[in-house]
Design a protein around this ligand. Structure first.
Ligand SMILES: [Zn+2]
Length: 479
């Protein structure tokens, strides 16, 4: 009897829309910690990753699910980047993401390392919405991005709240305040919940903190996470502290290895919609997917300037992380010359290959400094310079010394001091931060920006030098 009644009812209703809107199937695609690995790479004998392949996969899923796909990124986009990512300050990544139609991105700590100025600039150049609720400017306490966005999909309102972190040990955190992510979510979620039918936290706080968030904030339906590079083949389901069911957490490993897919079925209920089903899985990004030609072309076009050869070297310039090396000396000398300082103090080059004899192209330079540290200038006394150099191993130019365990001896500074005994010192902002800026007691040491970064200084220097001779006169710069 009931069946017959239902059949008649169906026949009487001319439009399908009422029935269609009773059940809504959302597809939430998510990725995190892609970092700057734009190209495919080898993993245990298989070719995996690649931004072009991601674009193809997203297009395929959108074609099969028209109008009901959300595409989210949970942060870490710029850091550990290929030279084109470093050279463009992350612009190439965001251009591609804009083209792919990302619906929301929460920046990770890797985006802050390039400086909040760069993050503001790069995000303002694309239409993609960036969200972040819990990192604010330190002095005026204003937001760096809108805390959330609301997307409407087939009549369903989806709220996406951005939560992330910054690293207090990094100089880029200096103008910012990190507010607790869970506490911030507790402030936003109760007011946001009545405005939406489905609430997602798009986070870059790590899987452990996602679990705390899930338990503590009952308004959330789904947490799309990042930062811990966790592979969750299926969603982890965390019980809400108030006993009202479970919250799902998803995360898709890293470096474009997987695209996460969450299928959400929402059914119309008395008030709005209720989640009838939520399933999640990871889709491999590998050689079975052909790269998207448009995205490949976009990356290639952005990388063209990096092929420019700006200098020749007649000898190999090897790099060594833990001792003096030809490449370390070259970088320090370039900074000394370009800043006209008396002494240059820089971070070591890290584990990177040196320059082989032959051409030096821009792409060789824009891989040496991952976070593009700004160069700062200050005046320091001989004792202050000695204290900095004693603290750890740095690249230096304009001075010489012998290193013992935790001290240096025979410090000789080539330039003459000024009348009060200070020298002009160029250093990366991270070193300035480590020794002076984060230490309130060092307020007396003031720093000026040079407007240069280590890589731009090296680029300008090598353009002037043109040829690095077999037997270099180490005391002279060009001109
Ligand atoms: Zn990461």
């Amino acid at each position: 009897m009931r069946l017959i009644a239902k059949t008649i009812l169906l026949a009487l209703i001319p439009a399908v829309s009422i029935w269609a809107s009773d059940t809504i199937n959302l597809v939430v695609l998510h990725i995190n910690d892609t970092h700057g690995k734009l190209s495919p790479y080898d993993l245990e004998g298989r070719s995996v990753g690649g931004m072009g392949r991601l674009a193809t996969l997203v297009k395929q899923i959108r074609a099969a699910n028209p109008g009901r796909v959300l595409l989210l990124h949970a942060g870490d986009i710029f850091s550990r980047g290929e030279p084109v990512v470093i050279y463009t300050g992350g612009h190439v990544n965001l251009l591609a993401f804009e083209k792919m139609g990302f619906d929301a991105i929460t920046p990770g700590n890797g985006e802050f390392y390039f400086g909040i100025e760069n993050l503001e600039r790069q995000t303002s150049r694309v239409a993609t919405p960036f969200i972040h609720a819990n990192v604010t400017y330190q002095y005026h306490k204003g937001a760096i991005f809108p805390p959330y966005v609301i997307k409407e999909i087939q009549g369903v309102k989806v709220g996406i709240l951005g939560l992330g972190l910054i690293r207090p040990w990094h100089q880029s955190s200096l103008p910012l305040t990190l507010n607790d992510a869970v506490e911030t979510a507790k402030q936003y979620a109760p007011a946001l919940r009545p405005k939406v039918n489905f609430l997602i936290a798009l986070t870059h706080i790590g899987a452990k903190n996602d679990s705390l968030l899930a338990a503590a904030v009952p308004e959330l339906d789904l947490i799309v996470g990042g930062d811990s590079h966790t592979r969750l083949d299926t969603p982890s389901r965390i019980a809400r502290a108030n006993g009202a069911g479970r919250v799902s957490i998803v995360q898709a490993r890293h470096y474009y290895q997987f695209l996460g897919r969450v299928d959400v079925q929402l059914k119309k209920a008395n008030q709005g919609y209720r989640v009838a089903r939520l399933d999640g899985k990871l889709l491999p990004i590998d050689e079975k997917i052909a790269p998207d030609a448009e995205i490949e072309a976009l990356i290639a076009e952005q990388a063209v300037p990096l092929d420019e050869v700006i200098c020749q070297t007649e000898r190999d310039l090897p790099n060594a992380r833990d001792q003096k090396s030809a490449l370390g000396d070259l970088v320090a000398r370039a900074v000394l010359h370009q800043t006209r300082a008396d002494v240059a103090i820089l971070e070591r080059n890290g584990d990177t290959q040196g320059f082989a004899a032959g051409d030096i192209a821009l792409k060789d330079i824009y891989r040496l400094r991952q976070y593009r540290p700004p160069l700062m200038l200050t005046r320091l006394s001989r004792d202050q310079i000695r204290a900095v150099l004693s603290a750890r191993m740095y690249l230096t130019a304009g001075c010489s010394f012998d290193r013992m365990e935790n001290a240096i001896a025979n410090l000789a500074i080539r330039a003459k001091s000024d009348s009060v005994g200070t020298y002009l010192v160029a250093m990366e902002k991270q070193i300035a931060f480590r020794h002076f800026l984060r230490n309130a007691a060092s307020d007396t040491v003031a720093f000026d920006f040079t407007g240069q970064r280590v890589d731009t200084a090296l680029e300008r220097y090598l353009r002037d030098v043109k040829v690095i001779r077999r037997a270099e006169d180490k005391k002279r710069g060009p001109g």
